[in-house]
Structures are given as structure tokens and as C-alpha cells.
Design a protein around this ligand. Structure first.
Ligand code: NAP
Length: 308
């Protein structure tokens, strides 16, 4: 089968760490172009923006948008209008309404839109979801604590409106949670801590409830030094599920469960290839909706300036 000709827009950390190697290893895609204002990729035709890219390379069938979130909507809109399939890195937009508008545009254009949520493709997520089916959940605790200085050095966009702050990693937890929980989640309350020099929060606590009213506590921190924690713990009437290391390690009642070793982004691109081949979009706003709800209802706490 012919490989899908794809281009990357936004040649930053995630494009280099994951998208380029995953596309190089993929049988389904061929990376034929890149658009990024200040960077080019050796051996691949590179352009300063998406307009020039799609004009110069009409054979590009799909684009993967790996830019900062704040510029993603206009680029996605242009690509969809030009009849290209679009993969959106997480978060799929700065607002829920942006993503809904893109979904409608993709439908009208007859092309595919994929809100990609990479953490859902971590190898222990589907086994965790399967294990929870039919079980009575008693409580859920999400702990997502990492050191922004280590993982995001120099990424000032995170601290600007629309950059999500601690929700940049935290939305990965919410993407897993919304995938594995058997019933829908409602946000009941939140507290967001804003450094005096930032437009986005550096820490957050959220209180949610599942469809049976069971409490779900979420604790997010961007200043965690030492051990980094990306875990979800679910107590049920028939055992305790622990999903740790960002969805890659699963244990039940303290006993590790063996899962098939598959890299997240290989799975993600395999799914995107299926969507393109079948002309089907996969759009899910639920993690972004929870973040938006947190901004809607949160109590604000002012904290010390963030100094990188
Ligand atoms: P980054 O290193 O700051 O890279 C973002 C890139 O976007 C920059 O290199 C910039 O290109 C490009 N860009 C900005 N405006 C553009 C425009 N108008 N057209 C084309 N490109 C544009 O950020 P990142 O860490 O890769 O994160 C990007 C997105 O991926 C974020 O939404 C993030 O949440 C998500 N993500 C990141 C990670 C991670 O580990 N870092 C993991 C998963 C998902 P120039 O440098 O050429 O100006």
C-alpha cells in the first residue's frame, strides 16, 4: 500500500524527540516536508510556514501539527481548508470551541482530524481500562508532579495565556483518566496557583466525581524535584489498580502486570494511518474540557514568582 505523504509543522522538542523518529520507522507514512519559522530538517524540504509548504508540495496529504498550542488553530484551519488530513499534538487547541470548529470544518472538507492525546497510547493504558470494566470503583487519586525546569527549559510559551502551565503535563493525566474510567467525569472544584509573573498556573488540585458520584482527586505540581510522579491509583471493591510512569507501568494489588512493549508514538501513528485509510476522524475534547472547567470554577491562589 502506498505510504501517506506527511509533513510536520513546528520543528521543536516533541517533533524531534518523537514524531521524526516514529515517522522514519513507520511503514504507513513518508515524511516529505517540514514547516517551522526558525528551523529546518536536514534532507527534508523545509519552509518557514504552512502556507509555503502546502503551496510548494501539493502532494502532502497529511500534516502533524507540533507547534506551541497558541498558534495551532489557524494552522489547522488552513490545512483543513486546503484539503489535508490533520493530526493535532496535545492539547488540540487553546479552547474547546476551537477544536469543535475544526471538527466541523474537517467534516465539511471530507478530511480527517485527529486529536492525538499521546499518553493514551502508553502501553499499560488499555490493559488498565479493560481491568476496570465492570468493577465497582471506590476512589481515584491522580498524582502528576514533575520538574518544569528539567523537562521544559526555556519554554516560555507554557507561562503565557493558552500555554496551560501545569496543565501542559497535567492534561496527559486527564487524557488517560478520561480513557480508563468507565463513566464520565464531572469537575466539582479546583484550586489553581498562579506565580505572580505568569499567566498560567504552576500547581493545581482538582476535585472530580465519576458517573456514580465517586470522588476523584487530582494533584498537579510543576515544581517537583527528586522523584517525579505520574501516577493514577484506583481503589475498587476487588483490588487496587496502580498505573504509574505516565501510563507505562501497571500493577494490581502491588503485583506488576506484564504489558506489551510498544512505543507511544508508534501506536499513535498506526492509529492515525487507520483513520486516514478509513476516512474517519477521532476528535475527543474531554481532557481539554476538564481543564477549561477548572479555569471556570477554580479558586485562585497567588504564589511566588517563577524563576527559571
Ligand atoms: P517547543 O520545543 O517549544 O517547539 C514548538 C515549536 O513550534 C517551535 O520549534 C517553533 O518553531 C514552532 N512554531 C511556533 N510557531 C509556529 C508557526 N506559526 N508555524 C510553525 N511552527 C511554529 O515545544 P514542544 O515541547 O515541542 O511542544 C510542542 C507541543 O507538543 C506542545 O503543545 C506540547 O504540549 C506538546 N508535547 C510536548 C512534549 C514534550 O515532551 N516536550 C510531549 C508531548 C507533547 P521555531 O523554533 O522554528 O520557531
Amino acid at each position: 500500500m502506498a505510504r501517506i505523504k506527511i509533513a510536520i509543522v513546528g520543528l521543536g522538542k516533541i517533533a524531534r524527540d518523537q514524531h521524526i523518529p516514529s515517522l522514519a520507522a513507520s511503514d504507513a507514512f513518508e515524511l516529505i516536508g517540514v514547516a517551522s519559522p526558525h528551523h529546518s530538517l536536514e534532507g527534508v524540504p523545509s519552509y518557514p510556514n504552512v502556507e509555503t509548504l502546502l503551496h510548494a508540495q501539493p502532494e502532502v496529504a497529511a500534516v502533524a501539527l507540533c507547534t506551541t498550542p497558541q498558534v495551532r488553530y489557524d494552522i489547522a484551519r488552513f490545512a483543513l481548508q486546503q484539503g489535508r488530513h490533520v493530526l493535532l499534538e496535545k492539547p488540540p487547541g487553546v479552547t474547546v470551541s476551537e477544536v469543535q470548529a475544526l471538527e466541523g470544518l474537517a467534516r465539511r472538507q471530507g478530511v480527517v482530524l485527529f486529536t492525538s492525546w499521546h499518553s493514551r497510547f502508553a502501553r499499560a493504558v488499555e490493559p488498565a481500562r479493560t481491568w476496570l470494566v465492570g468493577r465497582k470503583i471506590l476512589s481515584v487519586k491522580v498524582t502528576w508532579k514533575e520538574d518544569v525546569r528539567h523537562w521544559h527549559p526555556g519554554q516560555t510559551w507554557i507561562w503565557k495565556a493558552g500555554g496551560l502551565g501545569v496543565f501542559d503535563p497535567g492534561i496527559n493525566a486527564l487524557s488517560i483518566l478520561t480513557r480508563i474510567m468507565p463513566t464520565g467525569l464531572a469537575l466539582k472544584g479546583a484550586e489553581l496557583s498562579f506565580p505572580s509573573n505568569c499567566e498560567t498556573p504552576i500547581a493545581a488540585t482538582l476535585q472530580l466525581a465519576d458517573g456514580h458520584g465517586v470522588p476523584v482527586e487530582v494533584e498537579l505540581d510543576f515544581l517537583q524535584t527528586g522523584t517525579q510522579t505520574w501516577s493514577i491509583d484506583v481503589r475498587t471493591d476487588t483490588g487496587h489498580l496502580s498505573l504509574s510512569m505516565g501510563g507505562t507501568v501497571l500493577s494490581i494489588d502491588g503485583v506488576a502486570v506484564t504489558t506489551v512493549q510498544q512505543p507511544e508514538y508508534a501506536n499513535l501513528y498506526a492509529h492515525f494511518a487507520e483513520l486516514v485509510r478509513h476516512g474517519r476522524s477521532d476528535v475527543d475534547c474531554s481532557p481539554l474540557q476538564l481543564v477549561a472547567d477548572a479555569f471556570l470554577c477554580a479558586r485562585r491562589v497567588d504564589v511566588a514568582a517563577f524563576i527559571e
